[in-house]
Design a protein around this ligand. Structure first.
Ligand code: IPM
Ligand code: MG
Length: 404
């Protein structure tokens, strides 16, 4: 499985892909609208297009249907080539006593589609080093892939919930894993490390948690098949510190669901903003074109800035590039989007999140969500003639840099 995105058959010209489009809540609809325009532009340039099926999931679905996700919408996601997702969550459902919450839909979607691995690449655009509160010299060489286990652990373990006990209210959440659940995500992480700098960091809390001790044991067992990959174990608390002190030491990191949720938000600080980091959620299922998957920014619905056209759409745009790479095998188009994002940032375009931490904003171009999307589309189109259409070129690109 050295080339997961392409091994199902690769690129075919003129293909129409079936994508489910899930705007969701808060800033979701804005960032993903910009991302969709970028995907469509990439399709025009690389000779494919999309059939979009839009559905409501999250707070908007509770409002419309009374449930965070309807069964038929889960079925539509399962039947599509991939799911392109905005964000979920609405403060109006934050009441801890609420019976239904928007986030339940995202968890049910991940579980229902068998998307056990969440890939969160973290790199720092050189021109954004000044946007990070972390000292610039520490950001040199930061390029990691966080592999977050996504359908087990604390998010799904049973029992979970609150009861009334003899001494008052009691509550429990359970960190449960089967051997199979650990092994498959760890194996994927080793595969990814093999295609990159060949270093894997497994993150756990083995000095306290039994679940982490089995996790560590299985990582060591899987390691036997990857003698070319250097393995290290780190405890999650110390790892959180190293992530800021020496972020460039990481290549691939694999960890339990909640640990990965927390560490990836922390890692986004390196990239300058939570609005920069994309993600791909994948499992075992393949379509005719690649791995079935769900693609979403790692950020949430940011209700405080929703509807103002100020959110950063780059995480959504880069999630679209991951969709092309992993689910559709359109490696050249994915790379073109990534280059266009780099070009636009180098040109000085900045949404407000990227400006707030920058000391000197001279020469920068403040833009809103849709204008940032337009700038990426324009950069894509202006570089369009430079693409490599040959299938050989696509495959070479896939095997060298496809696992990102
Ligand atoms: C993420 C988010 C989600 C999660 C929320 C919205 C349920 O924080 O994708 O990281 O915790 O997985
Ligand atoms: Mg999160």
């Amino acid at each position: 499985m050295t080339d997961p995105a392409n091994s199902a058959g690769g690129v075919s010209a003129g293909t129409t892909y079936n994508l489910v489009f899930v705007p969701g809540d808060g800033i979701g609809p804005e960032v993903i609208a910009a991302g969709r325009r970028v995907l469509e532009a990439a399709g025009r340039l690389h000779d494919f297009d999309f059939r979009w099926h839009e559905i409501l999931i999250g707070g908007v679905a509770i409002d419309a249907y009374g449930v965070p996700m309807r069964d038929e919408d889960l079925a539509a996601c399962a039947a599509a080539d991939a799911v392109y997702f905005g964000a979920i969550g609405d403060p109006k459902y934050d009441d801890p006593k609420a019976k239904v919450r928007p986030e339940q839909a995202l968890l049910a979607l991940r579980k229902g589609l068998g998307l056990y691995a969440n890939l969160r690449p973290v790199s720092v655009q050189p021109v954004l080093r000044a946007s990070s509160p972390v000292r610039e010299s520490l950001l040199e060489g930061v390029d990691m892939m966080i592999v977050r286990e996504l359908t087990g652990g604390l998010y799904f373990g049973k029992p979970s919930g609150q009861t009334d006990g003899p001494n008052g209210r009691e509550v429990v959440d359970t960190l449960a894993y089967t051997e199979h659940e650990i092994r498959r995500v760890v194996k994927l992480a080793f595969e990814l490390a093999r295609g990159r700098r060949k270093k894997l960091t497994s993150v756990d809390k083995a000095n306290v948690l039994s679940s982490s001790r089995l996790w560590r044991t299985i990582v060591e067992e899987v390691k036997v098949d990857y003698p070319d990959v250097t393995l290290e174990h780190r405890l999650v608390d110390a790892c959180a510190m190293t992530l800021i002190q020496r972020p460039a030491v990481f290549d691939v990191m694999v960890t339990e669901n909640l640990f990965g949720d927390i560490l990836s938000d922390e890692a986004s600080v390196l990239a300058g903003s939570l609005g920069m980091l994309p993600s791909a959620s994948i499992g075992e299922k393949r379509t005719a074109h690649g791995l079935h998957g769900l693609y979403e920014p790692i950020h949430g619905s940011a209700p405080d800035i929703a509807g103002k056209d100020i959110a950063n759409p780059i995480a959504a745009i880069l999630s679209g590039a991951m969709l092309l790479r992993w689910s559709l095998g359109q490696i050249a188009a994915a790379e073109a989007i990534e280059r266009a994002v780099t070009a636009v940032l180098a040109d000085g375009y900045r949404t407000s999140d990227l400006l707030s931490t920058t000391g000197d904003a001279t020469g920068l171009k403040p833009v809103g969500t849709q204008a940032m999307g337009d700038a990426v589309v324009a950069a894509l189109e202006s570089s369009g003639h430079a693409r490599i259409p040959a299938e050989g070129g696509e495959r070479a690109a896939a095997s060298s840099g496809g696992v990102r």
